[in-house]
Design a protein around this ligand. Sequence first.
Ligand code: SF4
Length: 375
Amino acid sequence: MGTHALLSPSAAHRWMNCPPSACLEREFPSSSSEVAAEGTAAHALCEHKLRKLLKLRSKRPQSDFEDDEMDRCSDDYVSFVQEQMTEIPSPMVLVEQRLDITRYVTEAFGTADCIIVGGDRLHIVDFKYGMGVLVEAEHNPQMMLYALGALELLDGIYDIQTISMSIFQPRRENVCTWSLPKEELLRWARDDLVEKARLAYMGEGEYRAGEWCTFCRAAVRCRARAEEKLRLAKEEFKYPPLITDEEIEDVLGEIPELIKWANAILAYATDAAVNHGKVWMGFKIVEGRSVRRYKDEDVVAREAESAGYTDIFDKKLISLTQMERLMGKKAFTDILDGLIEKPPGKPTLVPISDKRPSIHTGSAQLEFTAITEVH
Ligand code: SF4
């Protein structure tokens, strides 16, 4: 996990693609989330277990987030690091190592979860507890910045030639490693990184919207992003009466991002209106839809029973996830073997790049033909 310098390695993918985003973000407060706190707790546990493995002093961290899953993930992480150590001659392992990247990026520091070094090899491992975004190791600028920082620290002591970077993301079953020669990393730093970092630090360069906008603090109010999203409305729907299949394909590709963006705008505007008194012209606050509920369940049960109604309780199995958490993965598999099924999901239209295999829906084709014929 990176520290929070203006140009933090963890946000490098964003500020390298949209350099002025780093300065623009400063105008918006950073919000701490439950997910981030959980990630911090998981990292602390990983650090503790790795230090124990290395026979270093460490006190087990306490956290409300810790559960079987976190315990298992951190064990797996430590096993992974242990495996990597066997690949490096006389390995030295650094845990939660602070790295100075200022030679390339002004004021930038980072903290690598684990660095293994030995002979001419340097291996950096980053633990990701998040599930939201699948993180790739290949050309991952955060990891490349860590690698540059690690070289600053270690290249004088070791004659490093090859650098490997691993992402260990257990809750997405994602473990990937990418290796490259030191020269290639330095070339990237010289030819690509340095100039973009300079622009980002100065708040210069071009605003460029893309998938990296998702976690940008400026995202909701960013004009470049809004223009990108509204481009659809302006261009794709400009000349009715009928849009072509190609235009529909274009729109389909934009829908997930459009929905996300629209929801973020709605959440921002709602929060401003409800909690901060902001008035949006043409809009008002009303009471949302609400459902009836019992004021006091005990009293209701007592009254219903004394009136002669006895069949008033619903006994339900806990959810599959809760059961798995309760039993632990192994017992869950042993005890309930053969009793869990996964029915086929509802056919869903996704981009061709999606990793799931495609399914064939002949009946849908017939229906579609029928509908188009009727019209
Ligand atoms: S929302 Fe996107 S385009 Fe706008 S500043 Fe942030 S990264 Fe750049």
